[in-house]
Design a protein around this ligand. Sequence first.
Ligand code: F3S
Length: 289
Amino acid sequence: MKVVLAKEMGFCFGVRRAVELVEQTVAERGHLCVLGELVHNKQVVQRLEVAGVKTVREVADVDDDTVVIATHGAPAEVFEKARERGLRVIDATCPYVRVIQQKARRLSDSGFEVVLLGDRGHTEVQGIVGWARGVVHVVAGAAELGDVLPVEEKPRKTARKIAFLSQTTQSLAAFQELIVRAAHIYLKTTSEMSVHNTICDATALRQQAAMSLASRCDVVIVVGGRDSANTKRLVELCAQTGVRVYQIEVADGLNPLWFEGARVVGLTAGASTPDWIISEVQRSIEELK
Ligand code: F3S
């Protein structure tokens, strides 16, 4: 049984930046509060807790003079609340997420109805919605478009402007499908449609690498947090190639039965999975041989 690694996997730029920022700050101060999980990986969060980092849910729960905004960002009102409480804010929002938040604000301020392809429950999406000053229609896919954003009865082409954004971790295929469908439904009654491909390159590269890996393997193991959107997407995309795919958080989650009859095993990991967990998993699969 051969273990093949995906060409791109594990910590992305935004996650590495946030983790390093928090590690350095907590080393200097001995204690630190982060609003929400810094990254969607339980093991990384637990390791930071040992170093003195406390994860809180609300600004009201912060019992420190400093608060860190997590990698996926937060709505504008969270920053305001922190300022009202006189807290120092360390912003660990990934710069690529920050770009989408600013676009959402600028586009809604300029009269665009904003459509965001994303998972409604995800903190990144809630943060982006919370930066726009107008309504943001969140859709999980092209099929939801007509329900979420009704077609205008009377054509008033000169007045309607629609902008399209994507959560950083969506697949390009899903965004392309959304745009094609939107052009079909709305172009007749819309004066301007503005498309912004805000899918993160790190995500796209990990997705391409995972799919190319899956096409060469009998089994693929995806390592990443249960709440990690980009990890879930890697699992879905690998499954689409017809390969057997299993998601685990740590090496302990491996089941020897998964590898029966497998000659080539692929290993990939989400953008918030640290190198030490990937290495442990690789070692454990190799020991199964
Ligand atoms: Fe940022 Fe892309 Fe990572 S948006 S957090 S660099 S997956």
